[in-house]
Ligand binder design. Structure first.
Ligand code: NAD
Ligand code: WQD
Length: 342
């Protein structure tokens, strides 16, 4: 009998790619999503890729009653991967209460249900944003966290503490926090990908929308940083590689391979690339010339960050495999599919 995994936020960008990889690995998946930042059509596209449509329920995980009622009907859940959250940094500055309520209450409701319904295992979506601007690079899992630059970033830090303190208090719980660096790209089939609502805040969706003619030009936020070409540096990781890491993390918990009841892993490539290197990589990979202009730095941006992936590579036996140009091409193929561009 296949083990049943609850994927919260499973019609979202990273969640949908993870559902596919879980199904490819033989797991039975149930998705809970309130569709606040994704479309139910994603389920059909997941089915086109994996051959199986995941079970789905639509409700707000910040609603304790609905969350409890769901678990009372799904007592056979072996583990949870918790993607569901609000994740727009800029929006979080305008709407801090929405972000604290949504991101913190959802996790606490899940933990309450894990205790009540004996669901021991949880994998949590964290973010390299908890490191702020590191003093030393690359960052390891021991790099000290810094004060968040945004309410969103603070919800990630607080959620890590809620999770670790709950696991400490309740030994029946086991959890892994995965700190993602910058996920980019789309599934090679171009059937699922990132579909930001409104004007994209993130670099790669803005690039692909500029290339598709939806945006006049890409603004490069600063070229006066202390980096290879002055533009800011990040660790861009292919979303399918990232999704596969979640399958490994789930297996680690289900098979009792975790060395501690609460573990943290950095999920990046270990390589830092500048904005201009990403722009050039996109042009090289796609043959599409990008219209861009260097402007002032964006408030709240850090200068540079990339991961030391040794712990994830050695302890999880996982490594990011897909190259940057292949990943940027997958993002472009997805954009063309969404916009009906040949
Ligand atoms: P996304 O917005 O595409 O997916 C999140 C999903 O959660 C959406 O489908 C949304 O409808 C759903 N959701 C939100 N609040 C909910 C609630 N209360 N109840 C039920 N469903 C809810 O975002 P994503 O990029 O796939 O990110 C997934 C997770 O990874 C988030 O926790 C995010 O903070 C984290 N993360 C993302 C990035 C990134 O760059 N995309 C980087 C680091 C961490
Ligand atoms: C990357 C680089 C920008 C857009 C954010 C969140 C983080 C995580 C990932 C959730 C930066 C530059 C961007 C543009 C640009 N999300 N840029 N022009 O800021 O590293 O991380 O998304 O967890 O928490 O902070 O990603 O893609 O917004 O920016 O020059 O139009 O691209 O300045 O240097 P970021 P990003």
């Amino acid at each position: 009998m296949a083990k049943k995994i609850l994927v919260t936020g499973g019609t979202g960008y990273i969640g949908s790619h993870t559902v596919v990889e879980l199904q490819n690995s033989g797991y039975d998946v149930i998705v809970v999503d309130d569709l606040s930042n994704s479309s139910i059509d994603v389920l059909d596209n997941i089915e086109k890729i994996s051959g199986k449509k995941p079970a789905f329920e639509q409700f707000d995980l910040a609603d304790a009653t609905k969350t409890d009622e769901f678990f009372s009907r799904n007592s056979d859940i072996s583990a949870i991967i918790h993607f569901a959250a609000s994740k727009a940094v800029g929006e979080s500055v305008q709407k801090p209460l929405l972000y604290y309520r949504n991101n913190l209450v959802s996790l606490m409701n899940l933990l309450d249900c894990q205790l009540k319904y004996n669901v021991a295992n949880i994998v949590f979506s964290s973010s390299c944003t908890v490191y702020g601007q590191p003093d030393v690079l690359p960052v390891t899992e021991e790099t000290p966290r810094k004060d968040a630059e945004s309410p969103y970033g603070n919800t990630k830090r607080v959620n890590e503490d809620i999770l670790s303190d709950s696991i400490l208090a309740f030994p029946q719980l086991k959890g892994i926090a995965l700190r993602y660096f910058n996920p980019i790209g789309a599934h090679p089939t171009a059937l699922i990908g990132e579909l930001p609502l409104g004007v994209p805040q993130n670099l790669v969706p803005f690039i692909t929308q500029t290339a598709a003619g939806l945006r006049d030009e890409l603004k490069v936020f600063g070229d006066d940083y202390d980096t290879v070409d002055g533009s800011a540096v990040r660790d861009y990781i292919n979303v399918v590689d990232l999704a596969k890491a979640h399958v490994v993390a789930i297996e680690r918990l289900l098979e009792g391979k975790n060395k501690k009841s609460y573990e943290i892993f950095n999920l990046g490539t270990g390589n830092g690339l500048s904005v201009l290197e990403i722009v050039n990589g996109f042009e090289k990979a796609t043959g599409v010339k990008l219209n861009y202009k260097v402007v002032d730095r964006r408030a709240g941006d850090i200068e540079k960050i990339w991961a030391d992936t040794t712990f994830a590579n050695e302890e999880l036996g996982w490594k990011a495999e897909k190259g940057t140009e292949e990943t940027l091409l997958s993002a472009w193929n997805w954009e063309k599919k969404v916009r009906g561009i040949k």
